[in-house]
Design a protein around this ligand. Structure first.
Ligand SMILES: O=C([O-])C(=O)C[C@H](O)[C@@H](O)C(=O)[O-]
Length: 304
């Protein structure tokens, strides 16, 4: 059982960078739990404020509920109380509730509620979906606002009022007006997490909007670099942040933007490039081509 109350979790998450580890697969696309555990052990040498198992970068959308449970249990066991582990809740309301309960039983410290599957939904429907998951366990819940589940400021305020366990808002949209309206209405009642693909790109401007931390996919294969980047953001060292964006992040985005889904695939390619392969991605994602991996390796070599 977790030692983090929802309030403790909210405070903890805003205290540092957030880790979204990839999920390791074998060549025939089965979970490689040993490889995953080894990866978490390596990443635990670097300071983070929270670990989100089987998130977007962790291809949570490609795992069965049983596999999600396996990954969450491995993360809880591997991290052993050093940082809070947050588990995903995905799909239909009933499925998300079942995953939330399984995560609580597995000893996770919080939940990342993903957009429901496929359908569009009204704000009223989303409020009901989020509220039901918030009521299902005692765990703090971070809601990922993205894709078919974009919460507007009014809905965020209602949810924060109704649900004590709703503690975090992860923004995957980057709409300046909406973020400003949300922070103006709800303020520090929530912890705000930058969750756009390649979150470093947006870290400095979002900090100005009340978004105090972000989920770093780059942390997977460049943990030292990602930690230094985070420190520069927190210090509002604009010169250093833009230097690093120009030197590495922007050319990285140029590779990432070549194919839909590469925002996740390129993270596994990065691990291959640094000699710590995590295996292939599962469909519907596709792996980078060999010349693209070589290009990424050259880019990494330039900053190493
Ligand atoms: O759920 C996820 O893995 C994300 O969407 C977070 C990513 O880490 C994203 O912020 C990124 O690509 O930096």
């Amino acid at each position: 059982m977790t030692d983090y109350t929802p309030t403790d979790l909210a405070a903890q998450l805003k205290s540092g960078l957030l880790s979204f580890p990839v999920t390791h697969f074998t060549a025939d696309l089965r979970i490689d739990e040993a490889g995953y555990r080894k990866h978490l052990a390596w990443l635990s040498e670097y300071p983070v404020a929270g670990l989100f198992a089987a998130g977007g970068t962790g291809e949570g959308f490609s795992l069965t509920s049983e596999e999600t449970d396996q990954v969450v249990r491995a993360a809880v066991d591997e991290v052993a109380g050093a940082v809070p582990v947050l588990a995903p809740a995905t799909g239909s309301t009933a499925n998300a509730i079942a995953q939330a309960r399984a995560a609580e039983a597995a000893g996770a410290d919080g939940l990342l509620l993903m957009p429901p599957y496929l359908t569009e939904a009204s704000q009223r429907g989303l409020i009901e979906h989020v509220s039901q998951v918030c009521r299902a366990t005692g765990l703090g819940v971070v809601v990922y606002s993205r894709a078919n589940a974009i919460l507007r400021d009014e809905a965020v305020a209602i949810l924060a009022d109704r649900n004590r366990t709703f503690v975090g808002f992860k923004d995957g949209v980057g709409n300046i007006e909406q973020m400003t309206r949300t922070y103006a209405r709800v303020g520090d009642r929530l912890t705000y997490i930058g969750g756009l693909p390649t979150a470093e790109t947006f870290a400095l401007p979002l900090l100005q909007l009340g978004v105090s931390t972000y989920s770093s996919a780059l942390f997977n294969f460049l943990p030292q670099w990602a930690t230094e980047f985070y420190d520069a953001v927190r210090a509002k060292d604009t010169v250093e942040v833009y230097r690093r964006l120009d030197e590495f992040v922007i050319p990285y985005l140029d590779i990432r933007d070549r194919t839909q889904g590469y925002a996740v695939s390129i993270v596994k390619a990065g691990l291959t490039a640094v000699g710590r392969p995590a295996g292939p991605v599962r469909p519907p994602l596709t792996d980078l081509a060999d010349p693209e991996v070589a290009e990424l390796r050259d880019l990494i070599d330039r900053i190493s």
